[in-house]
Design a protein around this ligand. Structure first.
Ligand SMILES: [Zn+2]
Length: 530
């Protein structure tokens, strides 16, 4: 999940291997090239594609051999022994290929062979040979390296020392999840291959399966990276959406994270979208949700994208998900259901505590000149409704005019903080009405100047929170403000009560560092009772 990914910024993410491999760039290996042409001349319809980064063949395809005797593994081995030059290998190199895997796919049997050199595996170098049911070789894909040179020298670092080097590199706070495993391999660098200890370090802190490649001669960390597959890096379909709204941001292609397999419907771990006008959108065969903004399915993609973005933001703040009190999420593993095209020309969006779902109307503008534009197309509106659902998850049925005003104030604040923009509803309100927005968090409204209407008085809370954010920065302010909402000990809180929760969060978690700032902004400047 997104909030587990802080380790992605750790210095141990060296990831040098791509540059190393591309650094070996060369002309197609001459011998391979000449032999390849002769090979292809004898096999009509066969093709060979060279990897321009390495100069070696990337793949061969076609009827590459006659029917061979023995098993598929025998056929693949014979093929490689007979044609080493095509793959840029010498006969001796070919002797050092070892079988490591085999599997069937698409009507072919594939055998994978690992390249070894002087008895050591060449890291990442292998060849895959596909053999058909007539025992003819049909496909060869290769990551083999030719003319391997190894940096000369003796082993001077022990395995124990290598482990210490890796642990030290992971930092003081390193905490393991299991034992460190090791192999000795040849690792590619721009100066040839280096004998290294390849250590896999399963760590809880920093979270990851850290792969280390440490030079056996001098203990230098040749490369390191995290091989853990984080959730948000899983496969995701693409869609074209607005990152904020149609007025301020162009359409762009995004990845719709956490969509469930088979990845062609807007049904994910965190969000399910319901189109009230039509059956749900289905992705194209290449996993693309590509609908123009006027298409009924566009809003489904837009709202899925927005909900995912907001959900991850709140998870990052410590939100537990819609798992206990939300009627829909409770039976759907925390999923939030979002409805688009709600009612007809409806000029609003809402969260329903009864269903636990959020809803977005299409708006009535321009048919009704005083109406709004499509509310689904603005991320801050999705974030606002989402925040109502978050508060309701922790404090179901919050009531009282100030309780409702706090609901609105928190919803405005988090929507603006997420997007780093204090203006709300800039797209849905057609300018110049209301200066082209619904509300502005960057306001100076005082408690005594506002009515008890929740959205009106809520602006005082949102404004004070926004000024706290301007003073302390987003991370600290979001932490304090989310904490104050979380800690509310009553379902009918007043502004004074919520402000006191802010002071409590500060006192307990920050040692009172921000007390004077909170009191100045919320009490002195806004007039919220002391
Ligand atoms: Zn609201």
């Amino acid at each position: 999940m997104f909030h587990n990914e802080s380790s992605l910024g750790h210095r141990a993410n060296r990831n040098r291997v791509d540059a190393f491999i591309s650094g070996v760039a060369a002309e197609p290996v001459a011998v391979a090239s000449a032999q390849s042409q002769a090979f292809l001349a004898q096999r009509s319809g066969a093709s060979l594609v060279v990897n321009t980064m390495t100069g070696n063949p990337a793949y061969l395809e076609g009827k590459l051999s006659m029917t061979m005797t023995g098993t598929a593994a025998d056929a693949s081995r014979s093929f490689l022994m007979e044609n080493p030059g095509i793959l840029g290998l010498s006969a001796e190199d070919t002797e050092e290929l070892t079988d490591v895997d085999s599997f069937e796919w698409g009507g072919l049997k594939f055998i994978r062979r690992q390249q070894t050199h002087q008895g050591l595996p060449v890291f990442g170098a292998s060849v895959l040979v596909g053999v058909d049911d007539k025992n003819q070789v049909r496909i060869v894909t290769s990551g083999l390296r030719s003319q391997i040179s190894v940096k000369p020298g003796e082993t001077a670092i022990s395995l124990k020392e290598a482990r210490q080097i890796a642990r030290k590199d992971l930092g003081e706070a390193v905490e393991l999840r299991g034992g460190i495993t090791h192999k000795t391999v040849l690792y590619p660098t721009q100066k040839g291959h280096v004998r290294v200890y390849h250590l896999t370090v399963p760590a809880e802190t920093p979270l990851g399966d850290w792969e280390y490649f440490i030079d056996v001669q001098n203990g230098e960390i040749v490369d390191s990276y995290n091989s853990m597959k984080f959730h948000s890096f899983y496969f995701a379909p693409r869609a074209r959406v607005y990152s904020e709204n149609p007025e301020e941001t162009p359409l762009k292609t995004v990845m719709l994270r956490d969509v469930k397999s088979p990845y062609n419907k807007l049904d994910g771990q965190y969000c399910k979208v319901i189109n009230e006008d039509a059956p749900g959108a289905v992705a194209s065969s290449n996993y693309r949700f590509d609908f123009p903004p006027e298409d009924t399915h566009f809003d489904e993609c837009q709202v899925y994208y927005a909900v995912e973005k907001v959900y991850q933001y709140f998870l990052d703040l410590g939100f537990r998900g819609f798992t206990v009190n939300n009627p829909y999420g409770k039976v759907n593993a925390g999923q939030l259901a979002a409805n688009v095209h709600t009612r007809t020309n409806y000029d609003n969006a809402y969260y329903s505590p009864g269903t636990g779902q959020i809803y977005f109307g299409d708006g009535s503008y321009p048919r009704n000149p005083g109406g709004l534009r499509d509310l689904a197309k603005e991320v801050d509106i999705v974030a606002h409704e989402f925040t109502h659902a978050v508060i309701d998850e922790y404090h179901p049925g919050m009531f009282g005019s100030e309780g409702l005003a706090l609901h609105e104030g928190y919803a405005d604040y988090f929507a603006c903080s997420l997007l780093n923009d204090p203006d709300l509803g800039e797209y849905v309100v057609p300018a110049p009405e209301k200066a082209g927005m619904i509300r502005n968090c960057d306001n100076d409204l005082k408690y005594s100047e506002t009515s008890t209407e929740p959205h009106d008085r809520g602006q005082v809370w949102a404004g004070a929170c926004w000024h706290l954010r301007k003073k302390l920065g987003q991370e600290v302010a979001d932490f304090l403000i989310f904490g104050s909402m979380f800690l509310l000990g009553t379902t009918s809180p007043t502004f004074k009560y919520a402000k006191d929760m802010l002071l409590l969060v500060d006192q307990y978690w920050c040692g009172g560092e921000y007390k004077a700032t909170i009191k100045r902004i919320f009490e002195t400047e806004r007039g919220i009772p002391v």
